[in-house]
Design a protein around this ligand. Structure first.
Ligand SMILES: Cc1ncc(C[n+]2csc(CCOP(=O)(O)OP(=O)(O)O)c2C)c(N)n1
Ligand SMILES: [Mg+2]
Length: 307
């Protein structure tokens, strides 16, 4: 859709848009922001481990939460928040920021850990996970937490929300990008596929869906609950540029995000093969830790493994 002739609508959708920024965005290539810490892959791997330690400590202290799907996403979240996203923790509502939407909202602890490490709020807040009145609720609450873009937890909705933001970006001639992290079990939801179809229909090349493909959901293996395969072929058939990566390999993830930036005329799906509970031996591939906190003894053992 042409950005011209949309003035009245644009102002309604996004009153922050100014004529100057619109012209700039159209004329020049996307400006990256030099705010991301320039970390080596080794330092990023250490960061992912640090985020995992936060997840264990937060959920252990809270006595409830979802460790499995938080741990499987540690490298995905690290790649995004420490490398890929154009964002400014000092200005979470910056109009030009890339948007990250955690559609699998039960994995909030891994997002909170990254937001704290990037300075959206003090790290001490992490200890208040799931307590009454805390800014860190069990599932994402955009009204409570600085840096959270969407209230999520009811699975299936994040991609639709992402489409809205991606379309608004196009209407307002902004060059931000939109990233949505989905669970693979979440892909059982019909709304995901309606959104997948719409994203391709609208040729949203500013939209990236990442599927945390850890093969497990709440009740067991996907293949037993609802067979999803062949998952990459399904995204392709829905019109998406599709990339498969090892979701624990930061260089593969970063390369996939770079590739997605170069794709024109279609959205990109990154199928990230991961291990649920990754990094803690007794949680790995263990459905029991989908939504169960470690006991104090388990917490100690987990933190020992994550040293
Ligand atoms: C609409 C909806 N139905 C059911 C649930 C309950 N629920 C929470 S997590 C989950 C399983 C999600 O599995 P997956 O998307 O694979 O997440 P991950 O393995 O990454 O934790 C379910 C069914 C929910 N949150 N929302
Ligand atoms: Mg899963």
């Amino acid at each position: 859709m042409s950005p011209s002739g949309q003035g009245a609508k644009e102002e309604r959708i996004n009153p922050e848009a100014s004529a100057d920024t619109k012209a700039e965005a159209i004329a020049s290539p996307r400006k990256e922001l030099a705010l991301a810490p320039s970390l080596s892959l080794k330092e990023m791997a250490a960061t992912a481990k640090k985020l995992r330690r936060h997840v264990i400590t937060m959920i252990g202290k809270a006595g409830s939460g979802h460790p499995g799907g938080s741990l499987s996403a540690a490298e995905i979240i690290t790649a995004l928040y420490f490398k890929v996203l154009r964002h400014d923790p000092a200005n979470p509502r910056w109009a030009e920021r890339d948007r990250f939407i955690l559609s699998k909202g039960h994995a909030a602890p891994i997002l909170y850990a990254a937001l704290a490490e990037r300075g959206y709020f003090p790290g001490e807040e992490l200890a208040a996970l799931r307590t009454l009145g805390s800014c860190l609720q069990g599932h994402c609450d955009m009204t409570a937490t600085r840096g959270v873009e969407m209230s999520s937890g009811s699975l299936g909705q994040g991609l639709s929300f992402g489409i809205g933001i991606a379309l608004a970006g196009r209407l307002n001639a902004r060059d931000y990008r939109v990233y949505v992290l989905l669970g693979d079990g979440e892909c059982d939801e019909g709304q995901v596929w309606e959104a997948a179809m719409a994203s391709a229909h609208f040729k949203l090349d500013n939209l990236v869906a990442i599927v945390d493909h850890n093969e497990l959901q709440i009740d067991g293996w996907n293949r037993d609950v609802m067979n999803l395969e062949p998952l990459p072929e399904k995204w392709k058939a829905f019109g998406w540029h599709t990339i498969e990566v090892n979701g624990h390999d930061l260089s593969q993830l970063i390369a996939a995000f770079d590739e997605a930036k170069r794709v024109r005329g279609k959205p990109t799906a990154i199928i990230a093969h991961t291990i649920k509970g990754k990094g803690v031996s007794f949680m790995e591939n263990n459905v029991d830790f989908h939504g169960k906190a470690p006991t104090p003894a388990e917490m100690e053992k987990a933190l020992e493994e994550l040293k």
